[in-house]
Structure formats: structure tokens, C-alpha cells
Design a protein around this ligand. Sequence first.
Ligand code: F6P
Length: 537
Amino acid sequence: MTLAAAIATLKSRADAERDLRIVDQFAADPARLKSQTLKVAGLYVDVSKQSWSQAGFADALKLFEAAGLEAAREKMWTGQAINVSENRAVLHVALRDSDAENKRLRGDEITEDVKAAREAMKAYADGIRLGTIVGATGKRFKTIVHIGIGGSDLGPRLVWQALSPLKPLVDIRFVANVDGSELAIATADIDPAETLVIAVSKTFTTQETLANFLAAREWLVTGLGEAAASKHLAAVSAAPAKTSAYGIPSDRVFGFKDWVGGRYSLWSAVSLSVIIAAGYEVYERLLNGAYKMDQHFLTAPAEKNAPLLLAAAQLYNRIGLDRPSRAVIPYAHRLRRLAAFLQQLEMESNGKRTDGYGKLLPTKTCPVVFGDEGTNAQHAFFQMLHQSEDIVPLEFIAVKTNAEASVDMQQKLLSNVIAQGEAFAVGKSLETSEAECKALGFDAEKTAIIAPQKVCPGNKPSTLVLLEALTPETLGALLALYEHKTFAEGIVMGLNSFDQWGVELGKTLANAVLEDITGADIKAHDPSTTAAIRAVK
Ligand code: F6P
């Protein structure tokens, strides 16, 4: 079947089954639950509360074969330049593979690159943790100021929040925004003599990161003097040559290659701060978890392949039913930045209008991804999700056991996530609402007013991903799950998931506006833009 035919089949199926009730599907097909759930790498995945019938589920899975996913996967894994617009290989998976696998699949150069990077990071991290590498005054490093933005921030920040010890040996402060308040807050209560500043930027040209880095360097110079400051600086970049202009000694520059995309880079030296603060062993375990998911993605049949189940659900909602958003709700405080991470991973990868050769795409692409941690989100925006006529598919991520929580609190948290899945699917009928009103003693007139307001239409789809526990391994598997989901969707939508031309326009215009704000003249703009420039001048 061609991809166009598979998409047409999916659309007509989704259209024909638009009013199908999710909860009725379990009776219609007793095998539904079994066929739409699976366990892998410490994760339980359930897509059985999606809007599809069993036939719709099968149609969605057929997209991958029709799109040639297997061949695309092979191209990625063997290092072919699948990022066609930038003529680059996409090999973040090499960062999780063993030396032997790298050698077999990708040759000596990549094997040596990965190996050397791992060894350098381990030596540096061990040195700081053991106190053999110290600051200019001889004090141990207690805090890292990690400066980076986008892929140079979101991944390591999420991993640190997820895995940081309650009392870390070394703490991390993340600074991303060019708003100086972030750096001011990060450095307000720390001692420069005990602080290591790490600038993380794939390109080492990013305005925000360079501005923050120069400001942080100034803070070190003020506290320690010019000569001492450089002992407190390190950098991570795929363009190491560019770092020397910023006074960073070359033995403290950690590299990675351009075949690691920014939003896929947490597996590289981009996570150096986490590797130092959590210990190299934690990083290895994170890689191992991702590796398990990689192998699963490579070998499991489509109907039992976790990334493909998630991708199929999204494609069914987006292409089949034209639903323009998806809510990601981690019921885990430690995963509170997951939606932010996925916004970049999915929206920067797949929020495109053309294919990698410039041709307009035939289908809608990435939906808006948004979310916040549960239960907080329940008390904020769930009202709209329950009662609006707009259908927002949800993804719940939960953690079964949490050693930091009492049994009682953990049970309360888990009961909320499970109940929300049920509430969105089942809803509340007018009859139930009327019965509730009656039980409350409302008269007929009041019941007629209140009962309709209590109705939740239900039939709103959700997916559940349940982690056994939040460990480096399950976190690695979870993040790799989303990477492969994103990749598979990109293949079906026919786009290049690994470039990001759309973000360039804003960068260019920001430079032009900066000239106008700092210079004497203002260039030609629309009247509103000119007025805004005048207002801040
Ligand atoms: O502007 C988008 C982007 O290029 C992202 O893709 C990237 O993760 C981020 O900026 C930061 O880039 P860099 O790591 O090169 O500073």
C-alpha cells in the first residue's frame, strides 16, 4: 500500500468512527486491552483509551510500513545523511551503543569519538567529585552554573530534576534565558570560589548563551580576579574551536559531533553538568535505559512497539481527526519539565510545512504540545479539557513506586492519574448529573439549570505510560521512547525531523531590532514594531 493510500484509509476510517464511544470498544473487542498495552524497559504503555476501534488501530499502524519506516530506521542507524537539508547523519543512538556496535555499524572514527568523549567526561567528573580537580583557591566545586538554551538546556535540566539526590554533593543551577534575572538569581547565594561555570552550546553562536556566559565570567572575575576565573570555566560544544575566544582553556572543552542534533543531545557531553553532579554511573545507567528502548524500537513488531503505539495515536488524532493539540501530564513532580522538553523535541522536529526538499506537505504536522505536572494541572486547566467541545488528547505519565513519598501520598497521586483517564473516557451523563442534583435536594427548576453544567461529555482519548519507578534506566527509556515516536511520525508525515529553519527568522530580526534599540536610527518596520522599539529606547 502506498503512503497516500494508507493516509486516505486512516482518514476515512477516523471520519466514519468519529462518534464511536471509547468505552464501548472494550465490549466490542475483548482483546482490545491486551492488544493495545505492552511492557518494555520498566514502562507499561496503554493506548486502549484512544479514539480508535481495533480496525482504526490497525489502520494507524499500517502507516509505518507504507511510509518505509524500516528502511528509514536502517538509514538512521547506519549513519546515512537523513538530515537532508543540512546533509548530516543523525546518530544520537550511537551515544548509547557499545563500542563494538558502533564499530560494526559506523566504523572506527565514530567509535573513537564516542569512546574518547566518554573517557574525558568520566575523568573530569570523577576528578571534581573526588576533589582532585578544584577551583583557583583550592576549594572544591560545590555548584555548577550550566548555561545553555533549547537542546543545550531542556534535556539536562529535566534529567537533573528527575534524578538529583536530595542532598547533592554538587548542585546545578541552570541558566537559559537572556533575561539577566535568571543568572542573577542563580548566582545570588553561591560563592564563585566554589562554582564551575559550564557554557553549553552546539554551535557556540547562540546569543542568549554567549551573553549569559560573558556575564557569568564577569561575575567570576569580580569575585576571584582575572587570572583565577579561567580555572572555573568549562565548555561543551560541537564547534570547540569557537570556545577559545572566550577564555576557556582547551583541556576543559568537551566536544560532540554535528551528527548529534541539539534536541537529541542530552546523551552527549551536553549533560556534562549532570554527569559531574550525579556521577558518571548515573549517566551510564541513563544510556542503558535508552539503549533498551532503542533495541525494542528496532526489533519489536509495529503492534507491540511502544514508540509506534504512541506515534500511531498521535497520527490518528492529528491526521485522522484533525485534533490540533495534545496535553502531556506527568504525575511526577520530578518530571515536571517533561512537557517543555517534548515541546522542543516534537514541535521543533515535526512542526514543519515542507519536506526536506522544499515541497509542501500534504497533511497537517505536529500538534501543539503543552502540559504541566499532575495533580497541579487538574486544578488549573483540566476544567476546559473535561467540558470544552474541543477534544484535546492526553498523555499521562506516572510512576508506580516512589521511595521519596509515603505510601499514602503515592496512592493518592496514582488514584488521581487513573481516575482522570477514566473521567476523560467515561464522562458524566445528564442523567447522572440530574440524579446528583436530586440527591442534593435541588428542585426541578434548579436541577434544570445545574445538571447540564455538570455534564462532562467524556469520550476524550488518553494514553498512559506508567514507569515502575523513576530510575536512570526508566528515564532513559522514556526519553528514547519519545525520540523514536517523533522520528516515526516525521517519516509518516514525510518531513525532515532534524532541521529547524523556522527559528532563524526571529533570530535575524532580533539582531536587526537590537541595532535599532542601541543605535541612533530606526530602520523601516511596520508601525506597531516601530512604536514598540521607540517605547523601549
Ligand atoms: O534556535 C534553535 C536552536 O538551534 C535549537 O535547535 C538548539 O537546541 C538551540 O537553538 C541552542 O543551540 P546551541 O546549542 O547551538 O546553542
